[in-house]
Design a protein around this ligand. Structure first.
Ligand SMILES: [Zn+2]
Length: 316
């Protein structure tokens, strides 16, 4: 190889890696897009998104369209992954983005949020009877939808990504249980699972969000390292409310014993409408949500592209 060609090749490889960095660093999450998804999912038309209902079906179709628009393929035969443990027909909506690195693509990062909620109140005490579930968990679903927008457009993920919108979480984590058990049987190679719950209202704390099961793995420390700031921490009432076991991350931990955690900005003090009909779009802080998702872009980007064994369980 002559020296000029050698130099040109070095320059070319430098500009490629520079381009990658610029993309993750300059990508902008749009408030308008965040608000539009959140508003649709939490609208009265969806009737509280009860598992097995027509309203949830409409939400599923909307989420499939997000995958299609961004060139994210189904992981199974279709985007719909029907639950095996629920009496009515309901499904998780699952999208797949293959990794770009020959070795790392064998590992999967799972990003998830539950798109179901608790439906309509049969004995309403006010004129409002619809549980819109804007914070719980249309906010988490909106976050994952924005990650689909980002990773779908950039397609620079070394590890493979599974985007999961779970059904029947409110009935006892059934959608994630059904899916995690099925994946385990298929020898799915899980690297880490990050679940998004109730991120629609900001906490008055020195951290932006907390991570359930903070001390169980290196995920929290790595998130802070990837963000170059103390973004996440531990919530003092975690044990009291058994938060690690209260959302879909637990189904994945249970099957795989790999880092599987929930990130959340609801601390039991900043929002009075948990599982109330007042959990509505109007009560959500779109600026906070957009800022939160913006922080998650470089964090999740580094998570899917990090070297082997960056995020691991801590042995006791
Ligand atoms: Zn929830």
């Amino acid at each position: 190889m002559n020296q000029t060609l050698f130099l040109l090749l070095i320059l070319a490889s430098l500009s490629v890696s520079a381009q990658k960095k610029v993309k993750a660093a300059t990508y902008k999450v749009e408030e308008k897009s965040v608000a539009a998804t959140l508003k649709f999912l939490s609208s009265d038309a969806l009737q509280g998104r009860l598992a097995g209902s027509k309203g949830l079906e409409t939400a599923a179709q909307y989420l499939e369209d997000v995958f299609v628009k961004n060139g994210v393929k189904p992981y199974f035969m279709s985007y719909k992954d029907t639950l095996t443990n629920f009496d009515k027909t309901t499904y998780n909506v699952v999208g797949y983005l293959e990794g770009t690195d020959t070795e790392l693509k064998k590992e999967f990062v799972v990003f998830g949020a539950h798109y179901d909620h608790i439906g309509v109140e049969k004995n309403p005490t006010t004129t409002d009877s619809i549980y819109n579930g804007a914070n719980d968990d249309a906010s988490g679903v909106t976050t994952v939808a924005e990650l689909v927008n980002y990773f779908g457009r950039t397609k620079k993920n070394k590890r493979s990504i599974l985007f999961c919108f779970f059904s029947a979480e409110e009935a006892g984590l059934l959608g994630s249980q059904s899916l995690a058990a099925k994946l385990k049987k298929q020898n799915f190679n899980l690297y880490a699972m990050l679940n998004f719950e109730m991120v629609g209202v900001a906490m008055k704390r020195d951290i932006l969000a907390y991570l359930t099961g903070y001390g169980a793995s290196t995920m929290g420390e790595k998130i802070n390292e990837y963000a170059s700031k103390k973004l996440v921490g531990y919530l003092d009432v975690e044990m009291k409310y058994q938060l690690f076991r209260r959302s879909d991350n637990f189904s994945f931990y249970n099957e795989f014993k790999k880092p599987s955690q929930t990130i959340c900005t609801f601390d039991f003090e900043n929002f009075a409408y948990y599982h109330k009909v007042e959990d509505e779009f109007e009560g959500m802080d779109i600026k906070h949500m957009t800022a939160f998702i913006q922080e998650m872009i470089p964090v999740t980007d580094k998570m899917v592209n990090a070297k082997a064994d960056d995020i691991v369980m801590k042995t006791k």
